[in-house]
Design a protein around this ligand. Sequence first.
Ligand code: IVH
Length: 676
Amino acid sequence: MARTPQAEIEELREQLNQHNYRYHVLDAPTVSDARYDKLLRRLQQLEQDHPELITPESPTQRVGAIPLEQFQQVQHELPMLSLDNAFDDQEIQDFDRRVRERLDQDGEMEYACEPKLDGIAVSLLYRDGQLQRGATRGDGRTGEDITHNIRTIASIPLSLLGSGYPPVLEVRGEVYMPSAGFAAMNAQAREREEKVFVNPRNAAAGSLRQLDARITAQRPLEMCCYSVGWVEGGDLPSRHSDILLRLQEWGLRINAESAVVVGTAACIAYYRRLAERRAELPYAIDGIVYKVNEVALQLRLGFISRAPRWAVARKFPAQEETTRLLDVEFQVGRTGAVTPVARLEPVFVGGVTVSNATLHNRDEIQRLGLRIGDRVVIRRAGDVIPQVVSVIAGARPADAAEIVFPELCPVCGSVLEQEPDGAVIRCIGGLVCAAQQKESIKHYASRKAMDIEGLGDKLVEQLVDEELIHDLADLYALEVGSLAQLERLAEKSAGNLVAAIADSRATSLPRFIYALGIREVGEATALNLAQHFGNWEALVAASEEQLLAVNDVGPVVADHLRQFFDSVDSMQVVTEIRAAGVSWEDLEPREVADLPLQGQTWVVTGSLEAMGRLEAKALLQQLGAKVAGSVSAKTHCVVAGPGAGSKLTRARELELEVIDEAGFLALLSSHGVYEE
Ligand code: IVH
């Protein structure tokens, strides 16, 4: 008997909900986007033909077409609390002591540790498994009804999966905008000359405060759940961490980094581990939340004023601070690019004192609407160079001065040229320009390039300023006699430096290519070029087409390479360097297809001790592998460090090869891209 439309609709909804769950909650999709879209289109078609069969929970019904007039108020049955903050290890010890004293407990406590996501607290109310209401926290007692916007967030199920959920279940969590989505959204806004958001938190808040859900639907929002609120009927597990796992089974997203630990030493270790990985997480976090894991103990501890006694937030050092812009200077880089640099009143941010920040280029100054004397917001996240995020409106002094971009190179007086397709402005002086001389020599001497010990930045500047050297080849003509005349350089150090320069002459081809500082040719590209061509002569003789055949080399890089090899001056310097005895052993040239992991797809999950995930990814790519974000049947191998979650589970389900960090490092070093 043919299936009724009703039966097909129900089956499609079930399938789509499952795929949505696998994609957004488990991070382990089993179908392609195209297949998902096809199922969704089929459902839309059937519902269009049979409008009487449409229900509010259908996956087609996420985005309402009619904007609201205003937000309704919502009374929270249980107040939405906030958290007390702790700023150092001692305050965590104090928190733990207070907890144990109150509970009269001698032994160590069990704590659930969770990242503190930097977004907006939200409450979801499910009745009989159907999403009935989404609300903001507001003042903790009264929030706003944002159901229409909440329904557009794909990681929030409109109906709970499975069974056994309480008939009334309020779930709480954080709605946030992942960093990649935030960056893409702002890039698009910039292109369209629309307003950009200062940070992902403001972007999430702004997106939820829309009356028209069609706008929210276009914003890359996600939700992570971290507790339950009002519950009627049903049974929930007795530990907080198990409740979260139960929420996950019902289709709600929880944080994969969460962990259960015993005692404060483990709490502190968790904080340190996550602080180190903070910059590589795909979303912004501003600290760690520790919660007494046993719900019965939470109830005994209760709360005071607006924060529970059973939880505390350990905050990371603030990544944003305000200070004053004192001046703007213009720096000339290795390739001649002129970068405006903000000189700031020193301010403590991201754990260090910052007195300079990059302003990128002329467009950025215009975009910020910046003037000297302005109060500005500075951001320093991880090891990223400090940035000026925004100007504080209304705080401009009367004598604030306009920033004038120079017309000529501030170092050598050559003409500045604007790149045709970019905001970059470049000094055309090349190696005539002392700034470019200095930067190219610093790069040449640096650890990953020729690794000339003792030739630090200050010394390079002195050598160029005293006109002892102008280009890379001049290094090899330096003598102890002339060096020892330099201020601050004793004869012994001069001798050591000459010896170090001589020692560095035995190098490798990848190092040498990288050391030349050709535009866009980083370490990885230099290695690829060396492995591909095997020797310098073959590389220099390569046509643009042959260069394009190298892994990771695109038209822009190929063009920079050809320009370098076609430049008589550059090649003259290389000839002189080689005449001075710089040499290496040629490699066996190998074609791309010979790369050891060519054609394989790898996934890296969990944390690694020896390197960040980005570095791991770059090394795998160097060996020819593709690196994917999610595990599927096509994955060749999964590198799983501690903390690996759903991706590892998925890999086991699919019986894929899984290696740990030790195995991974051994593999890298066997292929010569890592030294153990
Ligand atoms: S628990 C009673 N867990 O931090 C406990 N909050 O400063 C209240 N937040 O309003 C919240 N990540 O918006 C909890 N894993 C997490 C969290 C978290 C972020 C936010 C939440 C709350 C604020 C309190």
